[in-house]
Design a protein around this ligand. Sequence first.
Ligand code: NAD
Ligand code: 6OD
Length: 471
Amino acid sequence: MRHYVGGGFDGSGVPFPLVDPVRGTTAGEAPAASRELVDRAVDAARAALSGPWASWSPAERARLLHRIADGIEARFEEFVDAECADTGKPRELASTVDIPRAVANFRSYADLLVGRAERSWNTPTPDGRGALNYTVHKPLGVVAVISPWNLPLLLLTWKVAPALATGNTVVAKPSELTPGTACLLAEVMAGAELPPGVFNLVHGGGGDAAGQWLTEHPGVDAVAFTGESRTGSTIMRAVAGRLAPVSFELGGKNAGLVFADADLERAVEGTLRSAFTHSGQVCLCTERVYVERPVFDAFAEALAAGARELTGYGPMVSAAHRDKVLGYLGKAAADGRILAGGGVPRFGDDRDGGFWVEPTVLTGLPEDHPAVREEIFGPVVHLAPFDTEEEALALANAGPYGLAATVWTGDVSRAHRVAPALDVGIAWVNTWNLRDLRTPFGGVKASGIGREGGDHSLDFFSEPMNVCVKL
Ligand code: NAD
Ligand code: 6OD
């Protein structure tokens, strides 16, 4: 595990331990960047802005993004191994979602860049000769990309790819819990013929460490961050003095709405996926489901049975996160009912030292209960009944978050009525987490600031400038 600064690898810094979430054993270590190294990374990124990188055409940058994607594909299994070692996630998930999506992130921004149209306007003037207005997109400068532990490579590359596509230079800081695939990405970058300093990587923690030092650094022109809403507030304060732009993808407490006219089998299967994928450690996971009363009992019974039958799921990422999730389950057991799970699975082997929590279905809690209102980010879903469409919408839209929601219905008019009325950035109907990388992605309220995806990312990572030429 090494930093990558100014085109060179660097192993300096106090080592911190990496823990295998499956067994709870120490699995290695990574170096924490010193403040001096963070300064060097930002300086390298700033210097690269005025080097040969500045004259790379969009087509050259697009070819670079494809080379990076090729480099990840060439070492696909190593990336899968590293993602599984850090997160404990099942191999099936890393090899069908995380690593392919990282490849797709680079390829899709390469394609978007080449096809990007610039707008121009013919402007009438009193002398009849007119003026030509057109837009030039410039990079923002040095961008800090700070990412979380749940989908480490997917979420890092989701921001690094468009940042490079638009001509910025990057200093990336992955979560201190999951630095492995970022290290491999730096090796791919080193082989991808990009000028030194265009991509830099530093490791370490958030507060009073590399993360904070980056966001406070006067040489950082913008911060693209994914993580907890509270951390987003802290970063906003850090950049406020210099008015640096931010793009934030933050927490969620996503609702599912199941109407009585839905295909119940499909709704149960979809909710099992939306609640328990990566053991609930995906920001888009459903943590509360409102079910129309006539089908509530049947849905609850089928979902609980499905949850009990789940196998092949992974652990929580850390002991601290496992304890946080179990804390919610303790409160829920006291105040409501547990229909499935609620505890720690026992394997009778070395996995018993890991950070496991059973897929859990809760019911009977009031809406202001911490387990219903706060983001748990684990394999826990709460079920409650509703009687009318208005009530369902009010329940889904309550609370501080507004990231995603899922609607299960067989009535196409209801689908088009309910989905746009949800106070979220993304609403799925009769599916979950079906992604088209050209669409806007982000949250409202405490779930984020700004939109990424497709042109939205290209717009965030560039500064549009108007040129007006009198003819
Ligand atoms: P986190 O906020 O604790 O950490 C995220 C990153 O920020 C890490 O790299 C961390 O080191 C860094 N960080 C922490 N404090 C910092 C500070 N003061 N200054 C600068 N950097 C700092 O989040 P996490 O626990 O790693 O991830 C889980 C959270 O992320 C959940 O809330 C989840 O909902 C959210 N998330 C949101 C999305 C989305 O797209 N909306 C996607 C994934 C995760
Ligand atoms: O699919 C994406 O583009 C994305 N940003 C997913 C985020 C998932 C959160 O854990």
